[in-house]
Ligand binder design. Structure first.
Ligand code: ZN
Length: 393
């Protein structure tokens, strides 16, 4: 299916963009011929059409050339220690090439809008081209047979353009809405209301290599945002979200690592607490993504949850948890910073996003007794992240 096969879909995108580019070059040549042959009283029509084409297809044409250039030469141009070439940053160059350089402040909280921007810009360009086509149809008889030729060419060009928009939409939909770790069954899955979505670990901040680009929140540990998308995309795995000192009912972000199988089951039900534990019964969370590595016994899937701590008991020695009878959460302040908290009830968990490691260390998982998915594999729905080069953040 087209949605699951990232390479196939990407190849369609390349072909469709190439067809649209060739169609634009032919239309451009025809328009220039029109301009030279148009009579004085009708020259305004091809000029307006030319301007509309330059404002839409020509911009996409330039962006696509820049994209191909960055894809093949970007790694040489922007070495890992060189973020800028002249006054152009790597981030800006990729944004320009993917038509996502118009950014709103709200994208920091809702990074999935970046792809929607690209899609919207492409739709806008198609509307402009459609206006050019209508104008050409209306006035074709005013500037001779070549004008009619442009109108026919523009009509045919609309077909690949519409298909291109559909494939572009599927490309974006795949990563933000369709991706899930287990695709062995075609059954309709009903997810828990707290489950927001699965995302591949590759899009988290630390994993963003030259394929994905680096995106960082300037505020670092001082950032007050508790939006899960923001935390995952714009902060590092070692950013900590410990609760403050005094307030009850604080909303914090907690991290919990488990296996792909368990994560898939949790997404359909709820996070269940353990009956016992070293700071009491309940659901255990680390205060940063990295710290889950030291606390987990199942690996490969990271649950990033927004948690209401309720009434919190702070302890500095694990043996003190038994004094927290009337508290909703026990927060253990570890002397070396690897702190954690345990919430007593699943109802305290408001929402979560589950990150799936696409490239887990299988011998390590086997050694730790992690069960594979029902198909016998550890990763069943791999995302070919290179196909999303530069077009996300
Ligand atoms: Zn931030």
């Amino acid at each position: 299916m087209l949605l699951k096969n990232d390479f196939k879909r990407y190849r369609y995108l390349i072909r469709l963009h190439t067809i649209c580019t060739i169609a634009f070059i032919i239309r451009f040549i025809v328009l220039c011929t029109d301009l030279s042959s148009a009579k004085n009283d009708s020259i305004a029509f091809p000029v307006v059409i030319l301007l509309l084409e330059i404002g839409s297809s020509f911009i996409t044409f330039l962006a696509n050339i820049l994209y191909v250039f960055l894809r093949y030469f970007g790694l040489i141009l922007f070495e890992s220690d060189r973020e800028k070439v002249g006054c152009c940053s790597q981030h800006f160059a990729w944004s320009l090439s993917t038509l996502t350089c118009i950014r709103c402040e709200c994208y920091q909280e809702h990074p999935q809008f970046v792809l929607i921007t690209r899609f919207s810009v492409l739709i806008l360009f198609e509307i402009i081209r459609f206006i050019a086509f209508i104008l050409a149809c209306v006035c074709a008889n005013r500037y001779g047979p070549i004008g009619l030729g442009y109108a026919i060419l523009a009509a045919f060009s609309l077909v690949p353009a519409v298909v291109l928009l559909i494939v572009e939409y599927l490309h974006h939909h795949r990563i933000w809405s369709h991706y899930r770790p287990n695709t062995a069954s075609d059954e309709k899955i009903v997810y828990a209301t707290e489950h927001m979505r699965f995302l591949p670990l590759a899009i988290t901040n630390d994993q963003q290599t030259s394929h994905w680009q680096h995106s960082r929140c300037d505020k670092g540990n001082a950032c007050l945002s508790r939006n899960l998308y923001h935390v995952i995309i714009f902060h590092s795995g070692n950013t900590r979200y410990p609760p403050g000192q005094t307030k009850d009912h604080q909303i914090v972000v907690g991290f919990h690592q488990t296996s792909h199988v368990a994560a898939y089951a949790i997404a359909q039900s709820e996070l269940k607490g353990s009956k016992t534990g070293w700071i009491g019964p309940g659901i255990y969370f680390a205060t940063s993504l990295d710290h889950t590595e030291f606390k987990a016994n199942k690996f490969g899937a990271y649950i990033c949850a927004k948690v209401d701590l309720g009434k919190t008991k702070r302890i500095t020695d694990p043996s003190q948890w038994s004094t927290a009878d009337h508290h909703d959460t026990v927060y253990y302040e570890h002397p070396r910073g690897a702190d954690e908290f345990c919430v007593r009830s699943p109802r305290q968990i408001r929402s979560w996003i589950i990150l799936i490691d696409q490239d887990p260390n299988v011998p390590f998982l086997q050694e730790k007794g992690n069960a594979p998915l029902s198909s016998g594999k550890y990763v069943e729905d791999p995302i070919e992240d290179i196909n999303y080069s530069g077009c996300l953040f």
